[in-house]
Design a protein around this ligand. Structure first.
Ligand code: TXA
Ligand code: MG
Length: 322
């Protein structure tokens, strides 16, 4: 568990330009001072992330919005008021002091107030913005435990604040409020339907490739095992035909069909859609640990959190076999 002393130490590391991994309600973030260009450069180097890809600035509360946004539209303040702290990232026109290293040179900046006690304690104590991408190497599965962070980043992070597994398990929803109409850039933990109800209007989903957003590339969130999305009715035949080729085959599904070959490695089934999000990245990592060649996955219904899970599974499936 994280003590006040740990928070103080983390703040000292951050003020020196160091990197601190911290939990949020979605996934672990790799944080640094969002005003320090040197720290941001190191962050990009550690992540192995292309420099033109922007990062989210985490804030202690919605009060900090006006310090980071050039203008705050009525839509932005309505969303911030209703959804923060929470798993919604809002893209707004950037204030002039926001470094290019944060925005990837864009005119906008992505902001969010996470709903996690350690994250909020850290942000309060730091008293500034923390740039924090997910604490994994570029293109890899996001970490939902401190152990995942250490396994991926190891000695490249100065301090890891361990507050146990993340409650939600998939990344925040990103909404772009810089244009005339809001647009969702990434489906995520904040349900699109709730945002639409809040704003009283349908919200379009971006078309891939329109914006530079690594989380929006079709190949992302990928384990080494090949992920194949499958309809529940086809699981038995598809797993059988893949087993026949001699591959090591696994299955992730809320409600696995009966009568499967005992050679199929059945990953522990999530008990609900919320649980599916909670365990998704852990199961993708497990697929690799267990040496699977192919992981078949049955996606939950495409609404609410289920839409974010389907999105991540499709991106994981977009990876080519090497
Ligand atoms: O839940 C989350 O959002 C987690 C936790 C740590 O907060 N963070 C996270 O960060 O997922 P990252 O860097 O893995 O993904 C951030 C996404 C990227 O797809 C990035 O391109 C997009 O946010 N993004 C950041 N700034 C942007 C901007 N100004 N305009 C458009 N997209 C932006
Ligand atoms: Mg990420």
């Amino acid at each position: 568990m994280v003590s006040e002393h740990d928070i103080d130490e983390a703040v000292t590391v951050l003020r020196r330009g160091g990197l601190v991994a911290f939990p949020t309600e979605t996934v672990y973030g790799l944080g640094c001072d969002a005003q320090s260009v040197a720290a941001l450069r190191r962050l990009y180097a550690v992540k192995g992330r292309p420099a033109e890809h922007p990062v989210i600035v985490h804030l202690p509360s919605a009060d900090a919005l006006s310090a980071w946004a050039k203008t705050v539209s009525a839509t932005t303040s309505a969303l911030a008021e209703a959804c923060w702290p929470g798993p919604l990232t809002i893209v707004v026109p950037r204030a002039t002091h926001v470094p290019d290293e944060v925005t990837g040179g864009h005119d906008s900046v992505a902001l969010r107030v996470p709903d996690q006690r350690v994250a909020l304690a850290l942000l309060d104590a730091f008293d500034g913005g923390l740039a924090a991408p997910s604490a994994n190497r570029f293109g890899r599965v996001s970490p939902t435990t401190a152990a995942d962070v250490r396994a991926d980043l190891d000695g490249d992070v100065d301090l890891v604040l361990d507050d146990g597994p993340c409650v939600v398990g998939v990344e925040s929803t990103i909404i772009d409020c810089t244009g005339d109409e809001p647009v969702i850039l990434r489906l995520g933990a904040y349900p699109r339907e709730e945002l639409e109800a809040l704003l009283g209007q349908p919200i379009a989903l971006h078309v891939d490739g329109q914006r530079a957003a690594p989380g929006a590339l079709s190949v992302h969130y990928a384990p080494n095992a090949r992920v194949v999305l499958v309809d529940r009715n086809d699981v038995t035949t598809q797993t059988a035909s893949r087993l026949a080729t001699g591959e090591r085959v696994g299955l992730l599904a809320i409600d696995p069909p009966s009568g499967l070959s005992t050679d199929v490695v059945l990953l522990e089934p999530p008990v609900s859609v919320e649980d599916y999000a909670h365990v998704l990245y852990a199961r993708l990592r497990e697929a690799d640990r267990r040496g699977l060649d192919v992981l078949f996955a049955v996606a939950p219904p495409e609404r609410g959190l289920g839409a974010a899970i389907g999105d991540r599974l499709r991106r994981a499936a977009g990876r080519r076999v090497s």
